[in-house]
Ligand binder design. Structure first.
Ligand code: 5GP
Length: 111
């Protein structure tokens, strides 16, 4: 079982900032910005590559969660949403997650 599944089960502590029936959002343990939250589905989906057609509504709800968390954390001036998929992108945890980053400006393109 990966670390995010253990966080969902409350076997590992995390600073949860939002939760609903389908989604959980918690602070990243190694923040890359003043606000760095991971928004994940409770359903175990490994990555973007593993999203099935039946998950499309769930993915929409994840983005609604992202929007709610961004508003809740005062990111009215903007924020970045990132998902890493697979080795070339540096995905470390094989459970779909969206990084919500804010509280500073970001350069483009990313590294
Ligand atoms: P990835 O590289 O897979 O897109 O990002 C995984 C993220 O999960 C990293 O930013 C890392 O800091 C975070 N992370 C890994 N283990 C834990 C943990 O146990 N707790 C929390 N809150 N974040 C974690």
């Amino acid at each position: 079982m990966n670390v995010f599944e253990r966080i969902i089960r409350r076997e590992i502590p995390a600073k949860v900032v939002y939760e609903d029936d389908d989604c959980l959002a918690f602070e990243d343990i190694h923040p890359a910005a003043p606000v760095h939250v991971l928004v994940i589905p409770k359903k175990p989906i490994a990555s973007v590559d593993a999203i099935e057609p039946e998950d499309e509504a769930l993915v929409g709800r994840l983005f609604s969660a992202i929007r709610k968390v961004a508003a809740q954390l005062g990111l009215g001036n903007g924020y970045r949403v990132v998902t890493n998929c697979g080795p070339d992108a540096g995905q470390e945890v094989m459970h779909l997650h969206f990084h919500l980053l804010g509280g500073r400006t970001f350069s483009w393109p990313p590294g």
